[in-house]
Design a protein around this ligand. Structure first.
Ligand SMILES: Cc1cc2nc3c(=O)[nH]c(=O)nc-3n(C[C@H](O)[C@H](O)[C@H](O)COP(=O)(O)O)c2cc1C
Length: 221
């Protein structure tokens, strides 16, 4: 069955994309307003987009009333943000920070979250998040009315100590992070890494053309 986006309204376009591009990691983003007020909100239109330089991207949709979300306004204004990944014990608090609270309500306090100063950027870090990336905005691209694609460079990573196996070699026990991811529909989540399988990456020289000495292996990425 086909779904022609030319004939779909905004809500249905969202459903087609958000119900099929799963699981999505959740960027729990802290920013500072022009007045210096800290804000936290979850964004699952998120991923890593490069490593040299280290790049993340966020898809910030328009609010229902057509205005910019606070996270978008704050990043455009301040140019800095912190992306946290969400562990299961923090999932309820993460969910609370997307509440449609009236202006002036501190959602970080409402969710009972502790913050700590970041090392390289002005927005604070959520102290209990298992992973945090301090980022500066490299581009904030308007992709629609009040819809923004933020491209950020990671300056500093904080990783929960017990998930670090070998700091010098950057080896991590990812399963110890207990991360959750966004699934389809309203309110469905996934426990990342709980139903895995492994496949070795093929190398042409080993498997397909063992006699062909003309091929050199490219480094895995
Ligand atoms: C798990 C989760 C993922 C979300 N992902 C997105 C997203 O990718 N893009 C978006 O615009 N809103 C997303 N939202 C909704 C925003 O978090 C919500 O609109 C929030 O109130 C925005 O807050 P802000 O105005 O403080 O930035 C998500 C909500 C949840 C709970």
């Amino acid at each position: 069955m086909q779904f022609d986006f030319a004939t779909l309204d905004t809500a249905h376009r969202y459903k087609v994309l958000a119900s099929t591009v799963v699981p999505r990691p959740i960027a729990w983003v802290t920013t500072l307003s022009a007045a210096g007020v800290a804000n936290a909100a979850p964004y699952s239109f998120f991923n890593v987009m490069g490593s040299q330089p280290p790049i993340v991207a966020l898809g910030l949709l328009a609010r229902g009333d057509g205005s910019l979300k606070d996270t978008a306004a704050n990043i455009i204004q301040g140019g800095e943000f912190v992306v946290h990944l969400v562990s299961e014990p923090l999932a309820q608090a993460m969910n609370l920070t997307c509440i449609d609270a009236p202006p002036g309500v501190d959602e970080i306090a409402l969710a009972g979250l502790a913050t700590t100063p970041s090392l390289r950027v002005a927005p604070p870090r959520l102290a209990d998040a298992p992973v945090a990336f301090e980022c500066i905005s490299r581009a904030a691209i308007a992709t629609g009315p009040s819809q923004v694609l933020v491209v950020g460079e990671v300056l500093m990573a904080h990783i929960q100590d017990d998930a670090v196996i070998d700091a010098a070699r950057c080896h991590f026990a990812t399963e110890r992070l207990g991360l959750v991811a966004r699934m389809h529909g309203a309110g469905w989540y996934d426990r990342a890494g709980t139903d895995m399988f492994q496949m070795d990456r093929p190398a042409w020289a080993d498997h397909i053309a063992p006699q062909d000495t003309g091929h050199s292996k490219e480094p895995a990425r």
